[in-house]
Design a protein around this ligand. Structure first.
Ligand code: AHR
Length: 329
């Protein structure tokens, strides 16, 4: 698969800080003024839902960027249901939009509807999650993090931190979603290599805080005496697990190591407060990249099949209160 790498937050922010030069570039490419190449385009954005702070930040990024570029954005929130999302894509096709941005809730089940978009000559830009399809020419490009690598980063950090001894509760994301499948794979592969590390329970918390808390409460009822680590596939479930641990009289971050993925402000604040121990980043601010892709396709350019977003890891050694406070999502 051909890949291009999109830098992680600090680099993006550094670039954002280039001042006049960046401002001129933005005006020239239409990124800042609403009058550039995207102006007048109609783009449909089929979002998966609003289950997490991460996803709400992704939606805001795409809406903001559409506004900046003068794109007429049609937005649909599938509320966590693939059938709603498929119906939204079909609606966009029927409306004859210029392009579709899709954040697919699960990996499978997209062949037919994306084939219909291709037949109608409407390019599809996938953001954040990949799809498992027979013919990858039915979408133009995927802009997303490497979720297997994120899980692996979390596992390797834990191995070093724990000295290879851990009894782990894993809170998985939405069943069938690319980040749930891949973050489990990356993490479990590392844990499987070390005899002293064991996943004692693994269950879905559906990427949201309430379910994360509820599942953690149920798992603590069985495993409170032995759990030493919680690995959550996103920040929201980790924050829910912290609430459950505290309610059970345990000190998250001290008696139980807590690891999450996303790197939003609430998780980094919990890290600074000592309630979380490791946060792997996954960037949701994909609006600029998504509309760059749409404009490149419209201009007849080609794109790599996967534009990989680079992520980094945060722990007590590299994160302070000011950094958490200024986190943009
Ligand atoms: O696909 C990205 C994941 O989906 C984020 O980690 C999670 O927070 C979101 O709901």
């Amino acid at each position: 698969m051909i890949m291009k790498t999109i830098p992680s937050t600090p680099l993006i922010l550094k670039r954002a800080g280039l001042g006049l030069l960046a401002l001129c570039a933005a005006v020239l490419t239409g990124c800042g003024g609403g009058g550039g190449e995207g102006a007048g385009l109609t783009v449909g954005f089929a979002q998966a839902g609003a289950e997490s702070a991460w996803r709400r930040a992704e939606t805001a990024s795409i809406k903001d960027e559409a506004g900046k570029r003068g794109v007429n954005l049609r937005f649909s929130d599938a509320q966590g249901k693939q059938e709603n999302q498929i119906a939204a894509v079909r609606d966009f096709i029927a409306q004859g939009v210029d392009a579709i941005i899709l954040a697919p809730i699960v990996e499978t089940g997209w062949d037919d509807v994306l084939g219909e978009a291709k037949d109608a000559g409407i390019p599809v830009v996938l953001v954040d999650r990949g799809v498992d399809v027979g013919d990858d020419s039915i979408y133009a490009t995927l802009i997303a993090s490497d979720f297997v690598a994120e899980g692996k980063m979390a596992g390797e950090w834990l191995f070093k931190k724990s000295g290879g001894k851990a009894r782990i509760i894993e809170l998985e994301g939405t069943p069938g979603a690319a980040p749930a499948i891949d973050r489990k794979k990356g993490f479990d592969d590392v844990i499987g290599q070390h005899a002293g590390m064991e996943i004692i329970a693994s269950q879905s918390g559906d990427f949201n805080i309430e379910k994360g808390k509820e599942v953690m409460e149920a798992l603590l009822a069985k495993h409170a005496g032995e759990v030493t680590v919680v690995y959550a596939h996103n920040d929201d479930m980790a924050l829910g697990a912290i609430q459950a641990l505290e309610a059970a009289g345990k000190k998250p971050g001290e008696e139980v190591i807590v690891i999450s993925i996303d790197g939003g402000k609430a998780a980094l604040t919990a890290l600074v407060e000592g309630k979380m121990n490791c946060v792997v980043e996954c960037l949701p601010l994909l609006g600029p990249n998504a509309f760059d892709a749409v404009e490149t396709i419209r201009a007849g350019g080609t794109l790599p099949k996967w534009q990989k977003v680079d992520d980094q890891l945060f722990d007590a050694d590299n994160t302070d209160a000011a950094f958490a406070e200024n986190r943009p999502y």
